[in-house]
Design a protein around this ligand. Sequence first.
Ligand SMILES: Nc1nc2c(c(=O)[nH]1)N[C@H]1C(S)=C(S)[C@@H](COP(=O)(O)OP(=O)(O)OC[C@H]3O[C@@H](n4cnc5c(N)ncnc54)[C@H](O)[C@@H]3O)O[C@H]1N2
Ligand code: MOO
Length: 459
Amino acid sequence: MTLKESALVAPDTAPLPQPAEEPHRATAWPVARTTAAEAGAAARAGRLGQGARGPLDVPLDVPLGAALGRVLAGPLLALTDLPSFDTSAMDGWAVAGAGPWTVREEGAVLAGHAPDAVLADGEAVRIATGARVPAGTTAVIRTEHSRTEHSRTEPSRTERGDGAPGPLLYALREVRARQDIRPRGQECRAGDQLLPAGSAVTPAVLGLAAAAGYDALPVLARPRVEILVLGDELLTAGLPHEGLIRDALGPMLGPWLEALGAEVLATRRIGDDAEELYAAVTGSTADLLITTGGTAAGPVDHLHRVLDAAGATLLVDGVKVRPGHPMLLARLSGEDPRHLVGLPGNPLAAVSGLLTLAEPLLAALTGGAREPHRAPGVPVQDEVQGHPHDTRLVPVVRRADGAVPLHYNGPAMLRGIAAADGLAVVPPGGARPGQALEILGLPWPTAAGDVPAEGVCFT
Ligand SMILES: Nc1nc2c(c(=O)[nH]1)N[C@H]1C(S)=C(S)[C@@H](COP(=O)(O)OP(=O)(O)OC[C@H]3O[C@@H](n4cnc5c(N)ncnc54)[C@H](O)[C@@H]3O)O[C@H]1N2
Ligand code: MOO
């Protein structure tokens, strides 16, 4: 069915129906976040409650090289003892019993080799860090704590096969039993839990998993997201000209959503064409559709009418937050629980919508595996002007003595957020210097640098 054929649009009516006339019922900012989280939790429960395990609950085995940033579907259990054999912790000598020791003439025991030699009491053999210690070894002596000497005083102990006296090894320090030997299983035994389910796969986790014997890791499926970038005025390359501007959201949203744990199926550009938007919304199978632009009341802002025609239910229709107040959240019709977050077209307003609605929804869809990044109670260094009735989200940089609000925080500007490491949640009425504010973190590390200019910019 096309948009025009849908029951909500009269056939042969050229202009699309206008939005309802009733006053805008914007949701308070904290309530909007809770609603988004509840929608994600309900979608997850609905999926999992259908008897068959839903796709988000089925662990996937992903090769180590592709697992970075994913979330472990189950506990990481060691597949082997670590170390898996008694290992020399130092370059030096494996010795048996009390010294001085007769040096065995066969070559050094190297890492990666399995020594056949069994050390008899009073014998020593050269050994490398990481090598498996020969059976009979009672200690390892570091090279720098040892001395070898050709002695004729003890021919019976040092005589080699050719009758020539062999070297004797002396320790320069007291030798403790088992010193510098990493015993098998020191770090873990096979079957030990190394990390709990739900842990994020970091570079260190990849290293641990490899050491513990894994080639692939069982990870959670990611919520599948499709991004629809609306607007005839958008260029994908080159400089702005003749009223056309660069699409700033297409390049930004995919990586941002991936950093929040989503699998981005596609970023599609759609003109200001309600039919095309309707087909994209009703034809998508993504768990979450993100649209940009078209949320307000302009002549080509079709999103509300398209959602209405598609039988969607608006859960949030406008939020008392600046920037970004026209953002919306809808539950799409159909058997599978799917949602749409409508981000406003102004770029910082879109970021506001992403953190207000998409982040909590995605966090809940993954069963809390990725909680939104938040820091409560960070003092703000300067006064921050507030909106009289709405919450403000203001880009800040964190410094040892508090959060510094950044200039270039207007709804159409990305200059502030690109230099920021969080967004301060400024209550209606504003904040005094030193007042503790919640900071919404960004899902990447930030570089320290000069604090860009501060200031206020509402429009
Ligand atoms: N009469 C009213 N007009 C507007 C209202 C309102 O309440 N009443 N709200 C304003 C606010 S606040 C916002 S935010 C925007 C929201 O607009 P839309 O979501 O409908 O978005 P567009 O009109 O399509 O675009 C707005 C603005 O953003 C630019 N844009 C859009 N997409 C991109 C992109 N991918 N990359 C860069 N820039 C983009 C677009 O060119 C416009 O300049 O509405 C206000 N108006
Ligand atoms: O919400 Mo809009 O972002 O203020 O311009």
